[in-house]
Design a protein around this ligand. Structure first.
Ligand SMILES: [Zn+2]
Length: 212
């Protein structure tokens, strides 16, 4: 569902550009709104959410899908935690659909999906591993890297229930906005994938903005 934001970039309290292949890590406080802006279009922002005070509680794709009765995420979607709490709600969305089924790219999946020589290519799972390694104060390890949301990524489900990694429906300037219902740690990998159309084979930067 397309829903425009009422927030203006000039009033944001924070903004940061995240290059493809980089990670973004920040606590968003309850009541704050975070926007992920697809600067050049057709980019995938692979994102994990944790309770900032207890990271064993984290975003749960299965609970979110069951509670809203739909596999796609868009304005109005409430992102549920593994404890059944609402973590964030998507309050604005000019892309219209986001994926939470396709998972994140990894050296291992690149190898099995594409070819052995793709193993050394940078992948989202590596970006998250770098993030948790560089921030050991969080106490997160690779065991904490579980299912995620792929903002702006298009993974349509076929009539037979199959998943397809399709060309993106996002465009330059499209954004998704989420209001936090609890203090959440947000961990984004701006996807460097070059083997499928999730980035239009051309990974580009995204911008993250925050409003109090
Ligand atoms: Zn990726």
């Amino acid at each position: 569902m397309i829903k425009e934001s009422t927030l203006h970039p000039e009033t944001a309290s924070f903004s940061e550009t995240v290059l493809a292949g980089d990670y973004f890590l920040k606590v968003v406080k309850a009541g704050q709104t975070i926007r992920i802006l697809d600067l050049e279009g057709n980019q995938a922002a692979d994102t994990l959410f944790y309770n900032a005070h207890n990271p064993t509680e984290r975003y749960s794709a299965v609970d979110t899908i069951r509670e809203q009765g739909n596999v796609y995420l868009t304005a109005g979607s409430k992102l549920m935690s593994s404890e059944g709490n609402v973590m964030l709600e998507i309050t604005a969305d000019t892309c219209g659909r986001h994926d939470t089924l396709g998972g994140a790219c990894a050296a291992e999946s690149n190898t099995t999906r594409y070819s052995l020589d793709k193993k050394c290519m940078h992948a989202c799972r590596d970006s998250w591993l770098v993030a948790v390694t560089e921030h050991d104060e969080l106490g997160l390890t690779k065991r904490d890297i579980t299912h995620n949301i792929n903002f702006f990524m298009n993974v349509p489900v076929t009539a037979e229930g199959g998943l397809t990694f399709a060309d993106g429906i996002s465009d330059a300037g499209k954004y998704v906005e989420l209001k936090a219902e609890m203090d959440v740690l947000v961990m984004i990998s701006n996807c460097p994938q070059l083997n499928n159309p999730c980035n239009a084979y051309n990974p580009t930067p995204v911008e993250v903005l925050l409003w109090d």
